[in-house]
Design a protein around this ligand. Structure first.
Ligand SMILES: [Zn+2]
Length: 419
């Protein structure tokens, strides 16, 4: 039987104006219609009274890592952690995530099959790195890795990351991720904050190598997302055809115009905690920042200014990693308040809802959920929605407090209800 959410003030994911006194009719896992007519309740199998609260599309986090065992975890441990992590994301109100690399295939399948609760997942599968790149996780044995070709690391053997050098290897690595069902490809195109052997300023992959990933992805109807911070990395990635910049803190006027003209999405992932919290979460003393880290962090103000000035397409992303979530489960929700501060409430909210619908168009037939619209709340959307206390359009940070999420529904199923 169909389900009904009544007395709703509906935010559709794109427009600031709400549909007042609305009823949302749900058939299976889809929104059949949203109407202001009064409907006979007895014809519905389930009626939820939103009590004149605002109802928004389920949130989308475009940069998470569900399964990232890193240096010291077995695969089975990592998967158990990933399953718990997925549930936590759903209860933070995120009904869809884009996984930015890691072991995710089985977790995604388990969620889609209804075995474990979690968001819809757009998987990248392993992130692709060059030797000595941000994803080269053999770091703890640097002295061995050059002398002994057999040396590897858990992150490599379990498929969290894959190392590829040269056009042919990148081509193969990309196709392997597609073979496992990747909806987009993740590459490491520049140095990282947290990794040990690649200074932040390093540019990773030649343009030719990046093109291998872009071309193989394009042949399968999809796109490449790239981890990068620096100007040169971004210029190179843009030339190669990368369509989603992850982090991208060193954005300037020249780049802003390129991003706008090439239709590149920006997933800024609020940065400072990546450095500070990684170690705090692992119970280690604060790590000394890499020399360029402060410059990157300080440049976020310019990045914000450029995004607003050129009205660049931003997508909400947090880099929510399991071991951070362990010590701070609120890290994902908290970033909504950061987005509010940087881009304004409405802009921030759209980046976590309606913007997903635009991004997903780039995945074409690699979209694992083609039956419904994601990030929107309208006819033909998945019935992924949140009934909230407060006004997230006026103040996005109300969603940072998960107690304000009174109902969490995904695919027509209620996962939380405190009404
Ligand atoms: Zn990441």
């Amino acid at each position: 039987m169909k389900k009904l959410v009544k007395n709703a003030r509906v935010f559709d994911g794109r427009h600031e104006i709400l549909t007042e006194h609305a009823s949302i009719v749900i058939d299976g896992d889809l929104v059949e219609e949203i109407t202001q007519e009064t409907l006979p309740e007895e014809s519905f199998g389930q009626v939820t009274d939103a009590g004149n609260r605002i109802v928004i599309p389920g949130l989308v986090d475009h940069h998470v890592h569900l399964g990232m065992p890193g240096k010291d975890m077995r695969v089975d441990e990592a998967v158990v952690h990933g399953v718990a992590h997925a549930k936590r994301m759903l209860l933070n109100g995120f009904t869809t995530v884009r996984d930015a690399g890691g072991i995710v295939y089985g977790i995604k399948k388990g969620i889609d099959d209804g075995r474990v609760p979690g968001p819809r997942v757009f998987p990248s599968n392993a992130y692709i790195s060059q030797t000595c790149g941000h994803g080269d996780k053999r770091e703890s044995r640097a002295h061995v890795r050059l002398s002994d070709g057999s040396f590897t690391s858990p992150a490599l053997t379990c498929g969290e990351t894959v190392i590829a050098d040269g056009y042919d290897e990148v081509l193969r690595a990309t196709r392997e991720q597609l073979f496992l069902g990747a909806s987009q490809i993740k590459i490491m195109a520049g140095g990282g904050m947290s990794s040990q052997y690649d200074p932040i300023q390093t540019i990773q992959f030649t343009e030719h190598e990046m093109r291998a990933a872009v071309e193989a992805a394009a042949d399968y109807g999809t796109y490449v997302m790239a981890h990068l911070y620096t100007k040169e990395s971004m210029l190179r990635a843009a030339r190669a055809g990368v369509k989603s910049f992850e982090h991208g803190q060193m954005l300037d006027e020249e780049l802003a115009k390129i991003v706008r003209d090439e239709g590149i999405f920006l997933c800024v992932c609020p940065q400072p905690r990546a450095d500070e919290e990684f170690n705090a979460a692992r119970g280690l003393p604060p790590r000394k920042r890499k020399p360029a880290a402060q410059e990157i962090i300080d440049h976020e103000d310019v990045q914000t200014e450029m995004i607003l000035k050129y009205d660049l397409p931003i997508i909400f992303g947090t880099d929510y990693v399991e071991f951070i979530a362990d010590s701070n489960p609120n890290a994902q929700s908290r970033d909504l308040a950061v987005y509010e501060k940087r881009f304004g409430s409405f802009r921030g909210l759209v980046s976590a809802t309606g913007a997903a619908n635009d991004l997903i168009k780039l995945t074409t037939y690699q979209n694992p959920y083609p039956q419904g619209k994601i990030g929107l709340l309208e006819q033909g959307s998945f019935a992924d929605l949140l009934i909230v206390d407060g006004d997230p359009i006026g103040s996005l940070s109300v969603l940072s407090n998960t107690e304000n999420l009174r109902v969490i529904m995904k695919g027509g199923e209620i996962y939380k209800n405190t009404l």
